[in-house]
Design a protein around this ligand. Structure first.
Ligand code: B3K
Ligand code: ZN
Length: 889
């Protein structure tokens, strides 16, 4: 496979100004007539036109209406004798494709009898020959023709300008997109769909029609998506002054989709998972995810569509920025500051359990990568979530208003253009000329070019005579593939100081004239820097990196007493949570690194007491308590170790959970009883938090019961499961039974399946719960193999494949890492099986063994062998080939 390099970027030799597409839709044979108006790019030396195309049959090529010679060179159609000069010319290409055979779900495909498209990153070339690159932006007119009874709804980007009947029971619809766009934002949908509709008038008086299209039986699950869309439109206008620029904005849901959703101009296409929800079928987490994905795709309308990427290396230009925007959106929708903090903690948890491992593994790459073999492999947590953190640091450095001013300048400069990450950073800096960001911009941009997670070491020394405290911050970053040495980053460190009894102390650096209350942000730019705070009567407890002000690993030798102070009193909720995680992590690591068998009591009285305090706290809210009382994940714990024995990590975390369950039994009972009833279901932060804490409590009570053999709590869980009035409570109760392996779990699972046999998204949960179940005697892998023979299992459906295969390989380390290597064998079989029809999904699964080099024997050798087995397959896709090659490098 050829490697594409960022430094090789060259402007296109031709521009495509207009595209007129006409589709005769037929699953077995779709005809696509593509009429383009092109012109040579005057700044590029004259050369042949090379159009991209994949799995297309060419029937005809006309230049200015006359037949012309062309050749096919691999995946390109090459036209050598085009009119000379810079006058525009017409090119007409007629091709045929076979949507029903499209199992990759890239390009034009059929899902449950309905046509859908997915073009990002390079799917448009599977529909017609084109300059399939984001810097070629054209005006589109699209005519769809299809059988009227099978495909009554015909949708594409922009506005419907004409529609009507055709002979033989067919009909047509003609759409014009008023905005120029790159071809990756093209979309069409044709099938039997119904829509929830809402007309809105925006702040600035614009009238718009919003629609959410679903299959006929799903209308009762569209209200939340519509409300999320309405909220998104209002938020972007209020916070950034960015209005909806279309008369009509559509969301369409499909159950066959490789990822979450796609921001096609005016016609977003979504995985049903991120559209459909009602109280009976969706959990609070589903509701929250829908809100943020609907927001995310909508916000792309400006950050991605109006201003797009020059090339795919700039992907984070739109993705990092848009994740940042959807995170801010969800936070701004929270009425309480504590709910904002809960959202921040959840986002950081994703970053640290998924992105930090990526940044330390074989697929590590900068936020703006330098090369790729397959661009689809770079839709990563680094480009998305770390990219969002980079944008967040910019906001921290210039302030919220300064950031809004920077966004304004960005759109003034670049609306309608395809630009780079540099252009974005420059606009934010230029709008804030006196900021640290402007002063440090070239160094700040190392966040885009250097991979790896920086480590920041903090050392504090208190001088009683001088009444001063000197904090020394040092940074370093380990090598990543292709980058041996790293230059220092610009690291904003928000901090405060507390007294030993938890009072917030005034902050005064030696050269400041007066003290400040609360938090300050220091900016670390050197490998090591010291900051001296004055007027302190006793040694302070530093609260560092408040709100997780930079995506780094903070190493600070806190005493337990200091962490307990932070956990009890830090006014910064993030660091309060973080202190609890550090206390738990320290105990986990001690138990893991101890010689001999795993202790049954890794926790001490002080830790348990502190957890009880939080759980019983009269002021803290339930959502925050649930986060504090949840132990660090096995993945996160494993990342802290030089060599990982996954079974030992699992055993220690289980022992901690069992101890916490038993030691706090009365408190869990109290928590369950006082949080379980929430009245009418509302997926708001308060109700969500209460259900989360009640769910955790019930789970813990069942864990404790497993120990004692007591039947009361499993019995209550079963009742709760049966009588639940919403999916969150029902699923939490079901998980409590499955996780504690109680005999009632079987019965509950059977009942659950019977209740929801026609709800695909609920069945996904049913499969996932079983594939993710605890493994106490090697029973999970056989159960997973059996689930794959279940009549409801279908490996071709990505959601279903993920619910079984990924839940086992990527989310169940205690069951996947087996000493007999059978988990890895299963993984290699599935990667190869999936790769034969859906390389994108296969390549995601291939990433499950990214961290194999960190494993202890016998896991490491077995994992290597499994990866080598995949790599030895001769006809692998580019996607999987790139992942396994990097893993073995
Ligand atoms: N931009 C799409 C992702 C496309 C992935 C292509 N492999 C969804 C999103 O980030 O909003
Ligand atoms: Zn996105």
């Amino acid at each position: 496979a050829t490697v594409v390099r960022r430094e090789d970027y060259a402007a296109p030799a031709y521009w495509i100004d207009t595209v007129d597409l006409c589709f005769d839709l037929d699953p077995a044979k779709t005809r696509v007539l593509n009429k383009m108006r092109l012109r040579r790019n005057p700044v590029v030396p004259a050369q042949a036109l090379r159009l991209d195309g994949e799995e297309l049959n060419v029937a005809r090529v006309l230049v200015n209406g006359a037949g012309c010679s062309f050749k096919i060179d691999g995946n390109q159609l090459v036209l050598e004798s085009l009119p000379e000069g810079h006058e525009p010319f017409d090119l007409e290409i007629f091709t045929i494709c076979v949507p029903e055979k499209n199992t990759q779900l890239m390009g034009l495909y059929v899902s449950q009898g309905t046509f859908f498209t997915q073009c990002e990153a390079e799917g448009f070339r599977r529909i017609t020959y084109f300059l399939d690159r984001p810097d070629v932006m054209a005006s589109y007119t699209v005519t769809l023709r299809a059988d009227k009874s099978k495909y009554p709804v015909l949708l594409s980007n922009g506005n419907l300008v004409d529609e009507g009947p055709l002979p033989d029971g067919r009909h047509f619809a003609k759409w014009v997109d008023p905005h120029k766009k790159p071809c990756y934002l093209f979309a069409l949908v044709a099938g039997q769909l119904v829509a929830r509709e809402q007309h809105i008038i925006s702040r600035s008086g614009g009238k718009h029609q919003l629609q959410v299209y679903v299959r006929p039986g799903d209308m009762d699950k569209t209200e939340h998506a519509m409300n999320s869309l309405i909220a998104s439109v209002a938020w972007d206008e209020a916070r950034f002054g960015l209005p909806l620029d279309l008369e009509r904005f559509m969301i369409v849901a499909t159950s066959d989709f490789n990822m979450g959703a796609m921001e096609n101009k005016g016609l977003n296409i979504f995985n049903t998972k991120y559209v459909l929800a009602n109280a009976a079928t969706a959990t609070d987490t589903d509701f929250a995810n829908i809100e943020s994905v609907v927001g995310h795709e909508y916000f792309h309308n400006w950050t991605g569509n109006r201003v797009t990427c020059r090339d795919w290396f700039q992907l984070s230009l739109k993705e990092g920025l848009t994740v940042f925007r959807d995170q801010e959106f969800s936070m701004d929708l929270c009425a309480e500051p504590s709910a904002r903090a809960v959202k921040r903690i959840e986002d950081v948890r994703v970053l640290r359990t998924a992105q930090f491992p990526e940044d330390a593994g074989p697929m590590a790459h900068p936020v703006r990568p330098d090369s790729y073999a397959e661009i689809n492999n770079f839709y990563t947590v680094t480009v998305y979530e770390k990219g969002a953190e980079v944008v967040r640091m910019m906001q921290t450095l210039v302030g919220r208003d300064g950031f809004a001013a920077g966004m304004k300048l960005y759109f003034e400069r670049h609306d309608g253009q395809a630009v780079t990450c540099d252009d974005f950073a420059q606009a934010i800096a230029d709008a804030n000329p006196d900021s640290d960001l402007a002063r440090l911009l070239p160094q700040f941009k190392r966040w885009y070019s250097q991979a790896g997670t920086p480590h920041v070491q903090a050392e504090g020394v208190y001088d009683a005579d001088a009444r001063s405290y000197t904090l020394t911050l040092s940074q370093s970053c380990l090598p990543t593939p292709g980058q041996a040495l790293k230059e220092p980053f610009v690291i904003p460190v928000s901090l405060g100081l507390l007294s030993a009894d938890g009072q917030q102390l005034p902050l005064q650096l030696a050269h400041w004239t007066h003290a400040e209350e609360g938090s300050r942000t220091l900016v670390l730019t050197q490998a090591s820097e010291s900051f001296t705070f004055v007027n302190l009567d006793s040694a302070p407890v530093p609260s560092l990196l408040r709100g997780f002000s930079a995506p780094v690993v903070l190493e600070c030798h806190y005493t337990d007493a200091q962490l307990l102070t932070l956990l009890a009193s830090d006014p910064d909720p993030f660091n309060r949570w973080e202190a609890g995680q550090r206390l738990a992590l320290r105990r986990a690591l001690l138990a893991i690194l101890n010689e001999g068998p795993v202790t049954t009591e890794p926790l001490d009285g002080a830790f348990i007491g502190a957890m009880r305090e939080v759980l019983r706290h009269p002021q803290l809210d339930a959502a925050f308590k649930e986060l504090v009382l949840t132990l660090p994940s096995e993945t996160y714990i494993a990342e802290q170790l030089a060599e990982v024995d996954p079974q030992r990590v699992h055993a220690v975390r289980e022992a901690m959970r069992e101890q916490l369950a038993s030691a706090l039994q009365d408190d869990w009972v109290w928590a369950f009883e006082t949080h379980k009833d929430n009245g009418a279901y509302k997926p708001d932060p308060i109700g969500t938090g209460r259900r989360a804490l009640a769910g955790l409590a019930l789970g813990m009570l069942c864990v404790a019961a497993r120990h004692t053999g007591d039947a009361v709590w499993p019995g209550k869980a079963y009742q709760h499961f049966k009588n639940a009035s919403n999916m969150t409570d029902r699923f939490n109760a079901l998980s409590a039974l499955v996780v504690s392996e109680h005999a009632l779990a079987r019965e509950a699972l059977t009942r659950f399946h019977a209740l929801f046999r026609d709800e695909a998204l609920v069945l996904d949960k049913w499969f996932a719960l079983q594939a993710g179940a605890p493994d106490r005697n090697g029973n999970v892998l056989p159960a997973v193999r059996k689930l794959m023979t279940h009549p409801d299992f279908n490996i071709k459906n990505p959601n279903r494949a993920r619910s079984v295969i990924f839940s086992y390989c990527s989310a169940n380390p205690g069951a996947f890492h087996r000493t007999d290597a059978a988990g890895y064998l299963f993984w290699s079989e599935r990667v190869m099986e999936l790769d034969a029809f859906n390389p994108q999904v296969a390549a995601r699964l291939a990433r499950a063994l990214d961290r194999w080099k960190k494993l202890a024997e016998p896991y490491r050798g077995a994992a290597r062998e499994a990866i080598a087995r995949v790599a030895a397959k001769p006809d692998l896709s580019n996607d999987v080939r790139e992942v396994v090659t990097r893993a073995l490098a």
